[in-house]
Design a protein around this ligand. Structure first.
Ligand code: CP3
Length: 359
């Protein structure tokens, strides 16, 4: 009987399989420290702003040719070691019955956020291959282009907690008050909500891997708002089952949170291949908080890309020193690139990390 792995995962192009990025994710020695940036396709690029003009975020995501073109913009402009699909962690929410819109200058807004247990029970868990066919289609367009350049493609989803926080708050939030109130007051409905996200996200990542994503990242951007106790009680079980199911697909899994240093020991126990680290904790300390042998991704403060080069260079040297030449470091920002970032700095930093780490 074929294993899950054999069914789901297409054969990797050897140029991609042997890339610095995938070698590092597997913990192997690579020719240099690989570099990519969260939000590397985005508003800091004039090319992106030009293409987005007059088109909505969701239209771009839902049009495979556009999503593929945006994904390739930073790859064409800079020697990055990985591409990340142009999409958003919130794209699945409308397929479950939540009215999502991206409002310029405001961010994502949901017209009918979850307020009661009955709202949770009304949420659908449709087959993502049917409700979001454009995602796999975008990946299928990208894979030949990226194979030719030896660049792996990262697929991604939001983690159950981070998606629940948008589904309940209806927008970004500072303190997640509604989310926590719901979690504490309605633990059974919260558990059902986590279970629905787990099922949908496992299916969605399976679709992405089947289409050719060669690594995946799970964004738990806002999980740092939780205490260790609440993470263990309300979030860890469903997130752990999700990571376990995704690992069975046979591609490396990166699990990322921000402001979550206190949670790193627990998050890393869920067994992802790589842990994302934000900038708040020195990389070597963060490395000490995760499982032995686990790899790490990070952790430059994205604001440093708006600092003078001497400061950016100094702090990049510091991070590389903290990495200490160990295999298993993927260079990245500790959170997404900001719209005000000069593209020249992103390019210069990519070159610099490559030069400094060439082995
Ligand atoms: O280049 C890439 O990293 C791939 C594409 C990507 C986007 N969003 C495109 C995007 C990825 C991986 C995301 C993930 C995402 N989306 C996260 C997790 C990472 C993180 O930043 O913590 C979150 C929390 C979201 C939700 C989201 N999407 C917010 C809060 C916003 C508005 C804030 C903003 O920057 O405007 C978005 C919109 C969004 N998603 C943009 C992009 C390029 C900007 C909107 C635009 O271009 O008009």
């Amino acid at each position: 009987m074929p294993s899950v792995r054999a069914v789901a995962k297409p054969e990797l192009d050897p140029r991609v399989r042997d890339s610095a990025f995938l070698k590092t994710l597997r913990g192997e020695e690579a020719p240099h420290t690989p570099v990519w940036f969260m939000r590397q396709a985005g508003r800091y690029m004039p090319e992106y702003r030009a293409l987005r003009a007059g088109k909505s975020m969701l239209d771009c995501i839902r049009t495979p040719e556009l999503a593929a073109e945006i994904t390739l913009q930073p790859i064409g402009a800079m020697p990055l070691d990985a591409a990340i699909l142009f999409n958003d962690i919130l794209t699945p929410l409308p397929t479950m019955g939540l009215d999502l819109d991206f409002v310029g200058g405001v961010g994502p807004l949901i017209g009918n956020p979850i307020q009661t247990p009955a709202d949770v029970d009304r949420l659908g868990v449709p087959a993502t291959g049917e409700t979001m066919p454009y995602t796999a289609e975008s990946i299928r367009l990208l894979v030949p282009e990226l194979n030719a350049r030896g660049i792996p493609l990262i697929g991604f989803v939001g983690a159950p907690f981070t998606l629940a926080s948008y589904a309940i708050e209806g927008k970004g939030s500072r303190n997640y008050e509604r989310t926590k109130r719901f979690m504490y007051a309605e633990p059974a409905a919260w558990e059902r909500l986590m279970g629905k996200f787990e099922a949908l996200l496992a299916d969605y990542l399976t679709e992405q891997v089947k289409a050719g994503a060669s690594a995946v990242q799970i964004f738990d951007s806002w999980v740092g708002a939780l205490s260790v106790y609440d993470y263990r009680t309300f979030v860890k079980p469903a997130t752990g089952r999700l990571i376990e199911r995704v690992k069975a697909l046979g591609v490396p899994v990166i699990y990322f949170g921000t402001g979550a240093t206190h949670l790193m020991p627990d998050m890393s126990e869920l067994g992802s291949d790589v842990m994302g680290a934000d900038w708040r904790t020195p990389l070597d300390q963060a490395w000490g908080l995760i499982q032995p042998g686990q790899r790490i991704q990070g952790n430059l403060d994205p604001l440093l890309l708006q600092a003078p080069w001497r400061e950016l260079k100094f702090q990049t040297d510091r991070i590389l020193r903290e990495a200490g030449g160990r295999p298993g470091h993927v260079f990245n920002v500790g959170h997404g690139l900001l719209p005000e970032t000069p593209q020249t700095m992103v390019h210069r930093l990519t070159d610099y990390v490559h030069e400094q780490t060439r082995r």
